[in-house]
Design a protein around this ligand. Sequence first.
Ligand SMILES: Cc1cc2nc3c(=O)[nH]c(=O)nc-3n(C[C@H](O)[C@H](O)[C@H](O)COP(=O)(O)O)c2cc1C
Length: 340
Amino acid sequence: MNPVPAALGLSPTEITGVLEAASLAPSLHNSQPWRFRVLPEQIELHADLDRRLPATDPEQRELRLSCGAALLNLRLALQGHGVRPLVTLLPDGYRPGTDGSGALAVVRYGGHARQTPELARLAQAVRTRRTNRRPFIDAPVPASHRSQLLRAAESERGWLYALSGRDQHAAVRGLVARAHREQMADPDFRSELAAWTGREGAHRDGVPVSAGGPQPEPQDEWVLRDFTAGRGHVRTAGKDFESEPLLVVLCSFHEGPLAELQAGLALQQVLLTATTAGLSASFLSQPIEVPHIRAELRRALKTTLEPQAILRIGFGSPIATTPRRPVTDLLMPRTARTFS
Ligand SMILES: Cc1cc2nc3c(=O)[nH]c(=O)nc-3n(C[C@H](O)[C@H](O)[C@H](O)COP(=O)(O)O)c2cc1C
């Protein structure tokens, strides 16, 4: 018997597929920090605080970004079944930073709606999107694609800021390098990175060597994290990135847990839109994770918005997948809760 219950008028098999799609979202170090309570009338999304990364993400900001990305996938999967999802973010009872017992979001049945071709393309991209840390080909991202990505962020209340000019690139490159150095000087950060990345063999989470990208080298212009525990392939071209990478900073208009969840929705909308346009993306999170460097980043961008994620976007080659936990591991007990 399928341990996944029926919900929102969908069968256990359909709900299993919906939760599988949600779990294909990106997450910090592939920690997959989400859980779902499935009830007949609603699906609740909760943070899985056993999967938080206290050294890298002490405020659980990136945990909420990851959960927001999973929520977008969940919405798209429901729409694929003709369900209009009625989403309430942070319903009553969520206490950030405490025991996390409240839901991050509740999704209810909002009526029947036919899936549009655009939503179908995004839903398909859920399965093909990957974080691609390899150098991309040296072809500029066309202006039409860039505006598509900007619109994608705006559609989920985000703002996408594209870096422009040598000075701005150099300033952000410097911030990445400094943040990286500060983080790597912290033994807790290093052991967290080592515990979750560079994995070999059968795992259900974390970053495998095969998806870790190339091994960073001292002459690299952009300082990247080594996700391969020193076991990544050594580059022959000696080049870290394409010569003119498109770097964008996803920003929210506010700060706090609600803004972070919304930023996660916007992040995933941008990543899936990029995938449908044949583009790949990778992250450069270091300057956002170190609070005082994040403040400098805001100054370098001359913005009052809140930077939430830095992405490198371009035309990449195929890359290995990362593993996911089975849906049965993501289920919470079915004790009913009511949210106003
Ligand atoms: C909030 C957030 C921050 C991330 N930061 C980085 C990063 O700094 N460097 C990196 O290479 N990948 C980063 N990632 C990508 C994750 O490692 C990746 O999503 C995870 O390993 C799952 O792989 P997938 O995206 O290919 O499904 C980040 C992802 C999220 C959601």
